[in-house]
Design a protein around this ligand. Sequence first.
Ligand SMILES: Nc1ncnc2c1ncn2[C@@H]1O[C@H](COP(=O)(O)OP(=O)(O)OP(=O)(O)O)[C@@H](O)[C@H]1O
Ligand SMILES: [Mg+2]
Length: 568
Amino acid sequence: MIDDRPECSVLLIDDEPFAQDIIAHGLQGCTGHTLCYESSPARAVEVAREVRATVVLVDLRMPDLDGFEVTARLRAHPDTEDLPVIVLSSEDDPDIKARAFAVGANDYLVKWPDPRELVARVRYHSGACIARRQRDAAFASLRVSQEQLAASQSALHQAQKMEAIGQLTGGVAHDFNNVLQIIGGNLQLLKLVGNLSDSAKSRVEMALSGVERGAKLAAHLLAFARRQPLQSVVIDPGHLLREMDDMMRRVLGPSARVVTEIAPGLGSTMVDPNQLNNVLLNLAINARDAMGGAGTLTIRACNIDAPAGAEPASAPASALPAEIPHGHFVMIEVADTGRGMAQEVLLRAFEPFFTTKPTGQGTGLGLSMAYGFVKQSGGEIVLRSEPGQGTSVRIYLPRSDAAPAPVEQVASAPLTGGLETILVVEDEPEVRSSTCGILSALGYDVLEAPDAESAVKIIESGRHVDLVFSDVIMPGPVSSLQLGEIARRWLPWVQVLYTSGYAEGVLAHEGKLDASVHLLQKPYHPDALSMRIRHLLRHARRGQQAAARQADLHQAPVSGQRPHFGLT
Ligand SMILES: Nc1ncnc2c1ncn2[C@@H]1O[C@H](COP(=O)(O)OP(=O)(O)OP(=O)(O)O)[C@@H](O)[C@H]1O
Ligand SMILES: [Mg+2]
């Protein structure tokens, strides 16, 4: 017969070794038990723990320690306080029995008990002990699950809150950008062609600086909402950090120390370098404010490997917080020795507009921007801080196998125009009108279309176009991406420059723009617009010239193309 009762572990404590034989014989009918014998009563607690006893049989009369004392000691230890104790004695005296129960015994058997009674009592007490242990284990595991549930509910709540604020801020920033584009574009146009008096010019300049401030705010909000169009390229973060070293020192001031530790063999990562620059600068400014000018800012960068289910290879396990999924990362840490943050500040630090700085000194957008940027770049950001212990911000960016791209220097140039033809596609009439005005003022031949469908008609009519400048999100059956494709099919050398309040979903894959997509973020400054246009047209011209040379070499005309060279 199979007995599926949990095994009972009997510990017998008796100074007389023959007692072991008698009890062993008595327990023969008790299936699934083990018997452990100990002659020294002083070792009772220790052995009971060792063999995980489920019931203890203890002789009452022993020379050094008697059964009362052994029982009292078992009750006094937290690991054996609930362990059932049966006192064995040859004395059938009610007073002695009562005393045994008073010190904590669970039962009392007069030597030597009938095997059937012995087995029944041992099973009864052992079963109660096992049931209590199972109940305690279930309670403990329930408590752990409840704690885990509470932790994940709070993480979910936090994530939902951030998501909701992100949706709201993203939407506001998008519309805000279009409004700024209308105001800024018209002010710029006024400045270019308005024949303004000096005082009017200074008013326009003032209004334009307001537009610029608004644009910065909108850009930060978009960054938090993870909707800023990122121009990601593969970079060497060590190079970027070394380049920033000087700037960091200037930000921190002369009384603070800046330590930069870049681990050898640091990997590359695909990220928007300008935005990363911005984020690190914001973290340094926060550190400066927290340190009150003096202290140490440490910037560390190293590889972190977190293979699934394995110990991280190039970093101690303590370096990997729970938020980091498995994968290969470049970790950049900005740590300060400043005043640190209280728990309630730490919990809200990533929220946009959350600041503890006096009015006018902080907008509360630095960390929220960093948060959005890192998440949008496929990474994680972890904040650790304690009051008086300083703050550490760790940014984990996915490591890339590709070699870093050469740094492209785009020289800033004053407003330059040209004689090429530019097709402006924009559904907002005010935005379209001010943009067309600026491009015309710069000398370009400007065509305009209110949507992609009308733009396609213009292209298909055979009109020559050198560059299509198109909004990304427009109503109508033809998308801005399709417009780009059609334009390139008709006009192989045409350049396409997109513009948008944000690039969510349409041009961007998870918010990251394809390297071949050129995008100018709204609201744009005429300088930026003219520079991007000239850059693209110059690029096209070089391509055309190279193709013409190739064709000359092969003595064959380049078919179907009308050379159209503009100013560069
Ligand atoms: N290194 C730091 N040490 C201590 N507290 C910090 C640190 N970084 C941020 N904080 C706390 O988090 C808040 C939010 O930081 P965040 O950078 O988002 O905004 P801000 O610095 O207040 O304003 P902004 O960056 O827009 O100028 C700060 O006001 C400050 O209380
Ligand atoms: Mg800040």
